[in-house]
Design a protein around this ligand. Structure first.
Ligand code: AQP
Length: 336
């Protein structure tokens, strides 16, 4: 008997240029595994980029660039659905119902809210209400597609947990409506750290880019950033994320780029210099085809537009019945 293919949803927010962290933690698995083995949707989640100070023209540019990079990395519109979140109204439609399911307390506990609200206040900016509520929108992104698997980096674990909790609560109160999703993480490099500050995640919206490898960085820029990575005091190459976070981060990156195990690689190096050199070259080679394909696709914006238009149509068709079902279940009168 035919088994139903599982459903995958994940996304990337256009708050900056995509990074090596996005690639190793998420995008590469979408390309190599998820789009082949499941019914998969990948979205440029642009509404999430509105939760902090933003420039409209830059947001438009970054949204297009992110979509182009997803295709350049190897997402194939014949295998999966690639689209922009704001092109599909169902996300925002469902989000409100989930706001009526979530509690103020559970949103205030979100680590990203705590960290980013401190940052916004320190910069003298107001804290947008959407910074508090966007994990509910993310839950809507996931639940609208009856998603089984959410392939994400480690930093998104808490948000996917919230989506699970909301699905279970809604189902319990109003009858079975949503599939309960689960997060999946890569075995290695689920949390790539900033090369200049190995205690912080490599994040695309961070202001100082010297510890961040962007997917579109030129090879020499990648080499420079990796060679200047902060390592730990000591000279021995050992894999210990707690005691030697800088070296462990390089080992994670090299391991992910070469499909090896970080602890095993550690045994092959006796000095930081050689480890940095090999890591730099491995990253340059890993990103080379993505950069090259991006240049080709960026020269053909009509193709990217078409993919996004068709993707949004497909996505709408998948989300609408689920969201309509939720509207009925919660007690809203169907339009005659
Ligand atoms: N450093 C990382 N290591 C592993 N995975 C990562 N991801 C992000 N950074 C790393 C994963 O990439 C997917 C898309 O991420 P995102 O666009 O939601 O977040 P971001 O790149 O971290 O962007 P920001 O704006 O800089 O976010 P904050 O401010 O939250 O750091 C996700 O699957 C994510 O896990």
């Amino acid at each position: 008997m035919d088994q139903k293919r599982s459903r995958t949803f994940s996304g990337v927010k256009p708050t900056g240029h995509l990074t090596l962290g996005n690639y190793l933690g998420a995008v590469r698995r979408w390309v190599e595994a998820d789009q082949h083995r499941s019914d998969a949707l990948f979205s440029v989640v642009d509404l999430h980029a509105l939760t902090v100070e933003h420039d409209p023209a830059r947001l438009r540019r970054l949204s297009r660039q992110a979509a182009t990079l997803l295709l350049a990395a190897g997402l194939d519109p014949a295998l999966c659905t690639v689209y922009v979140q704001s092109h599909v109204d169902e996300h925002a439609r469902l989000s409100y119902l989930l706001e009526c399911t979530a509690t103020d307390g559970e949103l205030r506990r979100m680590i990203q809210y705590k960290e980013k609200s401190v940052r916004a206040r320190a910069a003298g900016d107001g804290v947008r209400l959407s910074l508090l509520t966007y994990p509910v929108l993310m839950a809507a992104d996931i639940l609208a597609y009856a998603t089984d698997d959410v392939p994400v980096g480690e930093d998104q674990r808490q948000h996917v947990e919230l989506a699970r909790d909301l699905a279970l609560r809604f189902n319990q109160r109003y009858g079975h409506t949503f599939t309960v999703p689960r997060a999946t993480h890569p075995a290695v490099a689920a949390r790539v750290m900033d090369l200049q500050d190995p205690m912080s995640k490599m994040g695309k919206s961070h202001e100082n880019g010297s510890g961040i490898v962007y997917l579109l960085d030129e090879p020499d820029v990648v080499r420079k950033k990796v060679m200047r990575a902060v390592t730990d005091s000591g000279t021995e190459v050992v894999y210990d994320r707690e005691a030697r976070p800088g070296v462990a981060n390089l080992l994670d990156i090299l391991a992910a780029a070469t499909d090896r195990a970080p602890a095993e690689l550690a045994g092959e190096y006796s000095a930081y210099g050689a480890l940095k050199r090999d890591t730099a070259e491995a990253v340059v080679e890993l990103l080379r085809p993505v950069r090259e394909r991006h240049a080709e696709l960026a020269a053909d914006p009509g193709y990217v537009d078409r993919v996004l238009r068709e993707g949004a149509e497909r996505a709408r068709g998948m989300a609408r019945p689920v969201v309509d079902r939720a509207y009925r279940a919660i007690g809203l009168l169907p339009a005659a």
